[in-house]
Each structure stands twice: as C-alpha cells, then as structure tokens.
Unconditional design. Structure first.
Length: 185
C-alpha cells in the first residue's frame, strides 16, 4: 500500500495536510480546465480529498496516487457536466466561455486576466473561419443560436456543434496559458 495512503488511513492529519497542500492547486486548475467554474472546481477537488480521507484504508491503487487523484477529479468533472447538461443542455457552453473571459480566476491579478483575455481573442482568431464567425457572433455580439444560424445560413445544430468544437479548442489553449501563468508566480 502507498505510504501516504497508509498514514492517511491511520488518520495522520499532518501527512494528509501536506498531501492536500502538494496537490490541491494543480487539481483545481485541472478541474477548472473542464468546468470553467472556480467554485465548482474547488468543490470537486475538496470532495476528492474528503473521499481519500474517509476511504484511504479501502483504496487499492495500482498506478500512482497522483494519477489516481487526477483521474478521480476528471471523472467527477464529467459527472458534474452530465448533471448540468440534463437541465441546461446548451447554455452551459455560454456560461463557460463567459466565465473564462470575465472571471478567469478570482486570485489572478488584473494583468494576468488581461493577458488571458487577449490570448483567448488570439485563439478565436486561429479558429477555422466559420467557427470563428459563430464564436464572435455568440460571445462578442450576444446573438442567439437561431440568429447566428439565420445570419450565416446554417442550421441551429451546426451552430451548436461549432460552439462545442470551439470550446474544446479554447479550453485546451487556455489551460496551457493558465498553467504557465500559475508557474510564473
């Protein structure tokens, strides 16, 4: 059994605190790359640590403990996204993009927020032309899906697909930018 887990299963608070401090920030950044919601990301990561604290003696980890943590966070993010999509299937995307551009991280300096915002605009400029048009109409001009579809002569489903694909591309790039900003501090 992993020595850290062994100590945590003995309720060793010092080891658990150090374990938490070593991984919390990176896991929140990772969760936020899926959710674009700092509070939800922090909640999910805290839930993972609570689960580890309460179940350390039952866990059978075959890979690394760090890898296990990231997998748990990823799976909980997916579950969270699934639960959101049930009640808010497509508006969740709007919510995520707006969070990126307006709220990046509460702890991020104003200068870093400006950097991220400008990087997002640069990323949008690198998207394929049609996708770029859809993203700009939606988030810079606040068009509704139907209005975008009419403006560009495409279906509403195409608009939604283009926005989903754009979100994935933007998410990947913003995650890299945020990690670089965090390591710079």
């Amino acid at each position: 059994m992993n020595l850290i887990l062994e100590e945590i299963s003995k309720q060793n608070r010092v080891v658990f605190k150090k374990f938490f401090e070593n991984h919390y920030k990176d896991l929140v950044i990772y969760a936020n790359s899926y959710l674009f919601d700092k509070d939800a990301s922090e909640d999910i990561v805290q839930e993972v640590f609570i689960y580890i604290w309460e179940n350390a003696d039952k866990l059978k980890i075959k890979s690394s403990l760090k890898g296990y943590l990231f997998t748990m966070v990823r799976n909980r993010c997916y579950n969270f996204l699934k639960s959101i999509k049930i009640t808010d299937r497509y508006e969740f995307l709007d919510f995520n993009i707006n969070l990126i551009t307006e709220h990046v991280f509460d702890s991020t300096s104003e200068e870093d927020k400006k950097i991220v915002y400008h990087q997002i605009l640069k990323i949008v400029d690198t998207l394929p032309d049609r996708m770029q048009q859809v993203v700009k109409l939606k988030f810079l001009h606040n068009y509704k899906y139907k209005e975008i579809a009419q403006e560009l002569g495409i279906s509403v489903n195409t608009v939604k697909t283009q926005l989903r694909r754009a979100k994935l591309k933007i998410t990947d790039m913003v995650t890299v930018i945020l990690v670089l900003l965090q390591t710079r501090q």
